[in-house]
Design a protein around this ligand. Structure first.
Ligand code: DOR
Length: 434
């Protein structure tokens, strides 16, 4: 993106008109209209008068920018993997207006000063909005609760030790009791560490054939069950991150049917890849929880249609190329995906008719907003001018070399996709333009 097209965080948002886009939001399809934005908010449709910025959006979809409840930004301490500028530029390129960053950094986000610094430094960039999650336990050690009141006061919107499952059920209970008092959502990385052990991939036919250590889906189902029971016990809003298996998702569904206040997300990779990719022995596919079997992918997709899944969480987890080039046993878990999330799901799920476009948008807009207790993103006058313009027609292959993320590799390298974001406005300012 040419730098002169980016309006920095300190400049006022210009009065802008997006001409001739098809406007679609949670309230429905508003047809092809001109969308006017002023002062960082939606002004209205088909207005008149002078615009400081006029953009031809004909043939494009205009929709509220996406919300990611689950992104790894690696700040502080692991900036060689990702920093705020690269991660938030990647998010903007993916059409995201707001992301929640995880706390498994170095040092861990268990200190209000770190939360404050993240919020301030991110705001100064004028890219995608950053809302940090804070650690559930000090140092993610699973021993002592962090000070949630102080972390929330500093700007934390979620509590989670994501990356490391909370093994101690009593600590999880106390975390939930504390979070309830503050109205905070507790996100869980639900895998039983004593059962997943050193598994690098899903335990099943493929792991047996390849002779690689497996991680069974029961490790997920057992921990999802515990985390849902603790939600029931405490009344806490528990959000189960990256549910990957049929068995895990069946448990969430069962608790939801009983009115327990649990929510869940699934990721773009668990919806589109299976454990057979491991035939390549390529650590790019090494992710926690692991890629499962075709029947799990089918169940996850069916759950999107049934409304069991609340939202898509990217779990964008950047690592350096050198780390991912190690052998499969020692390479780190995690893959980058925030720049391809929408085109991938649009191409693989919406175009073949597995889910509708409004369902996908709901999972990336109103769904995550509801999980976090935020207002529903719309294009109504007065709503924040966080808008993505998307080209649903042109096909382009995934080109990791062009990623804004520092993690310039991808499980979908070279795959032709449709649905690429062309422009992302955050608070009425250009955060991305292709
Ligand atoms: O694959 C993963 N990578 N899963 C996680 O939960 C953590 C993440 C990371 O931080 O790299």
């Amino acid at each position: 993106m040419p730098s002169e097209t980016v309006h920095g965080a300190n400049t006022p948002a210009p009065r802008t008109v997006l001409r001739g886009a098809r406007l679609l939001d949670a309230r429905g399809d508003h047809g092809v209209r001109d969308l006017w934005l002023e002062g960082g908010r939606v002004e209205g449709f088909d207005l008149e008068g002078p615009a400081e910025l006029e953009l031809d959006a004909s043939g494009l979809l205009a929709t509220p920018a996406f919300i990611d409840p689950h992104m790894h930004l690696r700040v502080p301490g692991q900036e060689e993997k990702e920093d705020l500028a690269s991660g938030l530029a990647a998010a903007a390129a993916g059409g995201y207006g707001t992301v929640v960053s995880m706390a498994n950094t170095d040092p861990v986000v268990d200190d209000p000063a770190i939360v404050r610094a993240l919020v301030e430094e991110a705001a100064a960039l004028g890219l995608t909005r950053l809302r940090p999650a804070a650690a559930l336990s000090m140092g993610l050690r699973g021993e002592q609760l962090a000070d949630y009141a102080a972390l929330q006061e500093a700007g934390a919107v979620m509590i989670t030790d994501d990356g490391i499952p909370v093994a101690d059920s009593h600590l999880q209970r106390r975390a939930c009791e504390y979070a309830v008092e503050l109205g905070l959502v507790v996100q869980t990385h639900s895998e039983d560490p004593s059962l997943r052990r050193d598994g690098v991939m899903h335990e099943g036919r493929a792991s047996h054939t390849l002779g690689l250590p497996g991680n069974p889906d029961s490790a997920e189902a057992i921990m999802v069950f515990r985390d849902c029971e603790i939600s029931l016990l405490t009344g806490a809003r528990v959000h189960i991150a990256h549910v990957s298996s049929e068995r895990g998702l069946r448990v969430v569904r069962w608790f939801k049917e009983q009115g327990v206040p649990v929510t869940c997300e699934v990721t773009p990779h668990h919806l589109t890849l299976t454990d057979t990719v491991w035939e390549s022995f390529d650590p790019v596919f090494k992710v926690a929880p692991p890629l499962r079997e075709a029947s799990d992918v089918a169940y996850l997709r069916e759950a999107l249609r049934r409304g069991v899944v609340d939202c898509i969480g990217s779990d964008h987890a950047p690592h350096t190329r050198a780390e991912k080039d190690r052998d499969v046993l020692t390479a780190p878990f995690g893959l980058p995906n925030i720049e391809v999330a929408f085109p991938l799901l649009y191409t693989k799920l919406v175009i073949p008719g597995e889910i509708t476009l409004p369902t996908l948008l709901n999972l990336m807009q109103a769904g995550p907003a509801r999980v976090l207790g935020w207002p529903e993103p719309t294009l109504e006058p007065g709503a924040p001018a966080d808008v993505a313009l998307i080209d649903l027609e042109s096909e382009r292959p995934v080109d990791p070399a062009s990623f804004k993320s520092k993690a310039r590799f991808s499980p979908w390298d070279g795959e032709p996709l449709r649905g690429w974001p062309k422009l992302t406005l955050v608070g009425g300012r250009l955060a991305f333009r292709s």
